[in-house]
Design a protein around this ligand. Structure first.
Ligand SMILES: [Zn+2]
Length: 335
């Protein structure tokens, strides 16, 4: 690290102003951002921080999908398989009947599977197409907007889930404080997010799919996430960096980002985002889609290999609420 790399960018997590420049990245709209590492708390964050108006353009209809689902039907079927898998995962830790909050619940389909299994499903989702879809899930308790202090009573939930949502939050530390307060003693926090120290992140840097600037604002290494959440009263129960759903396509799309002039072309194609893929030959996109499908076994092996070293593209962790901060030396061995 040279002196030239040290900057005064304010950390999104702790608010301190001593950080190290990591690398630059371009968004799908061609805007320039940079990744920084906070020298105080070890959080990685995006800068410049997008303002609300800028973010609105990135969370438009093209992001959520204008149809009844976000992705094309074949992809939605695959995603439903993973949503059911997540529901079964939660069931292993928390027995029904129990209250589960899904922050950033999207279409609410993960909660739908929990509700069908006898759980009380609560969801929070920003206004828009996803929230409209979630509102149609029978039995769901939906809050449209962001998670705020006072939305729910203290010690209310048996589990809170953030499936690839934490990295989107403009005030992640405040969100963790609220979650700690609304969870019952010994309640569970399920959290998945990109692993900034993964092999794929270090290889592709600014072209990495899961960097997704500027929708993703905050990143951690697995150890960094365990440390900051530990300081806020969460004890790690389980962690993995293997995800068939996220990590295989993470490598494939990042590779494509290195050879195509626009990033995330295949992903946007699978979302049916025609305005983004206009001007790019449809035959080539179909070729990308078929190639990705045919080469999947190879990339499943690559994803398995990186996760064997704890360096998979995304991480999924389960924490338990404690009534005191966890300090170094308190930590359990990873299970
Ligand atoms: Zn910090």
């Amino acid at each position: 690290m040279t002196e030239a790399d040290i900057r005064n960018e304010l950390c999104i997590y702790c608010g301190q102003g001593q950080s190290r420049f990591c690398y630059a990245a371009e968004s799908i709209k061609g805007e320039a951002f940079s990744l920084f590492y906070c020298l105080k708390c070890g959080t990685y964050f995006l800068s410049p921080r997008p303002d609300d108006r800028q973010l609105e353009r990135y969370y438009d209809e093209a992001y959520y999908g204008s149809q009844t689902t976000k992705f094309i039907p074949a992809v939605e079927k695959v995603l439903d398989f993973f949503r059911q898998h997540r529901a079964r995962h939660v069931c292993r830790f928390v027995r029904a009947p129990a209250r589960v909050l899904d922050v950033g619940c999207g279409s609410g389909r993960f909660l739908k599977y929990l509700i069908e299994r006898g759980y009380e499903g609560y969801g929070v989702e920003l206004a828009g197409r996803a929230a409209e879809r979630a509102a149609e899930v029978p039995g769901i308790h939906l809050k449209t907007g962001s998670l705020e202090k006072g939305d729910y009573p203290a010690d209310f939930f048996d589990a809170v889930c953030l499936w690839h949502v934490f990295e989107h939050l403009p005030q992640p530390r405040k969100a963790v404080e609220i979650i700690h307060s609304v969870l019952k003693p010994d309640g569970f926090l399920f959290l998945s997010m990109p692993n900034i120290q993964s092999w794929q992140a270090r290889l592709f840097r600014g072209r990495w799919l899961h960097l997704d600037p500027p929708r993703h604002l905050v990143f951690f290494s697995p150890e960094g996430l365990v440390r900051v959440l530990g300081e806020q009263g969460f004890q790690l129960c389980r962690r993995t960096t293997f995800s068939l759903e996220q990590n295989v396509f993470g490598i494939q799309q990042s590779l494509l980002n290195c050879i195509c002039r626009k990033r995330e072309l295949l992903l946007e194609f699978l979302k049916g985002n025609l305005s983004y893929t206009t001007g790019y030959p449809k035959g080539l996109l179909r070729f990308q889609q078929i190639s990705a499908l045919l080469t999947s076994p190879l990339f499943v092996l690559a994803a398995a290999l990186e996760s064997l070293f704890g360096a998979g593209g995304t991480m999924e962790m389960v924490f338990r609420k404690t009534d005191r901060p966890i300090v170094e030396g308190d930590r359990p061995a990873y299970v």
